[in-house]
Design a protein around this ligand. Structure first.
Ligand code: AMP
Length: 370
């Protein structure tokens, strides 16, 4: 079976790596000649909007999937006329726009922060008046890793944020004083069977995911079932096929959804070593019509992103339980170049190994920042 992936970044690369043992073959479409999946799959270099590139990409494919959510919906819909595309284009459309996404989540019964659409200076002041401060002003589209967003703490912060973002459709959200950020990876296959990984805890810095702890510490069955209930609402409303991530803020024992990603997700990288079946394999099983694999965690894991600069492999691999994944990208400040997962049979030994790894990667013991 030939699988097409829109996007040849690290997620595409890890999908391909997971697909080889299943006997799948791959073609990726990515405008960059240096795309991380380039060495592992047939690579069509071209723009996602170019009909010729799309035609070359589509040839002899049995199924198409995507690895990032800013692929033009029109291109995906064009492909969907000839080849099954999973997750469905509707899921992509919903996730591309924060206003559409939060409206959808509320419509299907998933709580979100309070929000308001901002299209003018007056809208911004009305939104601040109605929802209060602190709040976040974000672009509706094309925001990721904390880009295109401002925290407004006091009324005086509004003007600078407005100056930087005006002209783009915006959303103002009430700031959620969360205890921690967690996410669930959920999946549904072509036979409508569903599965869920345990909730994980994510720590961000400057809007970028730094590390994930899996399962989240002190995870209660109540919290897990709350996340699964919300995930089912999303999966069913979208007639979803594939792996889907939902990021939540945890406030007490309540989950408030921040974002959905209709794809494999950075907070699921730990599943390669830390779960019975990885998110990448399960995504491929789901989209290619195969039964889903078990999603239970084996022991405890922590995943640390490698950002900006690659470490010496010896330094990382000499920590027991550590696994290094590099993405074949050239170093650049703020760029995700790889990740390390450290795995152990129980939480205490995982924490010890994590602390060791943290020190080797960042030259300091884990504190509140990581
Ligand atoms: P986003 O790009 O919307 O995923 O936001 C990136 C990060 O900013 C989140 O992971 C949070 O750490 C923080 N953040 C975003 N929106 C809010 C909010 N409404 N309240 C509190 N923190 C937020």
């Amino acid at each position: 079976m030939m699988v097409g992936i829109l996007g040849g970044g690290q997620l595409g690369r890890m999908l391909v790596l997971a697909g080889y043992p299943l006997g799948l073959k791959f073609r990726v479409l990515d405008p960059s000649p240096d795309a991380p999946a380039r060495e592992l799959a047939d690579h069509v270099i071209g723009s996602y909007e170019d009909p010729n590139a799309l035609e070359r990409f589509a040839r002899n494919l049995h199924v198409v999937t995507y690895e990032f959510e800013n692929v033009p919906v029109s291109s995906v819909k064009l492909l969907a006329r000839q080849i099954p595309v999973y997750p469905p284009p509707d899921a992509l459309e919903v996730s591309q726009d924060r206003f559409v996404e939060k409206t959808f989540l509320q419509d299907v019964g998933v709580p979100t922060p309070e929000f308001a659409r901002v299209e003018s200076h007056e809208d911004l002041h009305a939104a601040i008046g109605r929802l209060g401060l602190p709040g976040m002003l974000k672009t509706q589209r094309l925001g990721y890793d904390g880009k295109g967003q401002f925290l407004l703490k006091a009324a005086g912060d509004a003007e600078a944020a407005w100056k930087a973002l005006q002209g783009m459709p915006l959303i103002f959200e009430k700031f959620v004083a969360f205890e921690r950020e967690v996410s669930i990876l959920a999946m549904r296959n072509r036979d409508e069977k569903t599965g869920f990984y345990p909730l994980v805890e994510n720590r961000h810095d400057a809007g970028i995911l730094r590390c994930t702890f899996a399962p989240a510490a002190d995870l209660t069955p109540g919290l897990q079932s709350q996340a699964e209930t919300y995930a089912v609402r999303v999966l069913e409303a979208l007639r979803y096929v594939g792996v889907l991530a939902i990021e939540f803020f945890q406030v007490g024992d309540r989950l408030i959804a921040n974002e959905i990603a209709p794809r494999v997700h950075n907070s699921g990288h730990w599943t390669i070593e830390g779960a019975e079946t990885s998110q990448f394999e399960n995504h491929l099983r789901a989209v290619s019509g195969l039964p889903l694999g078990l999603s239970s965690a084996i022991g405890c894991s922590a995943m640390l992103n490698i950002i900006g600069q690659l470490p010496e492999p010896e330094n990382i691999l000499s920590v027991p339980g550590a696994h290094l994944h590099t993405y074949g990208k050239s170093p650049r400040a703020g760029r995700k170049l790889g990740h390390v997962t450290v795995h152990a049979p129980d939480r205490d030994s995982m924490e010890t190994r994590y602390a060791q790894l943290h020190e080797r990667l960042f030259g300091e013991k884990p504190g509140t920042a990581h």
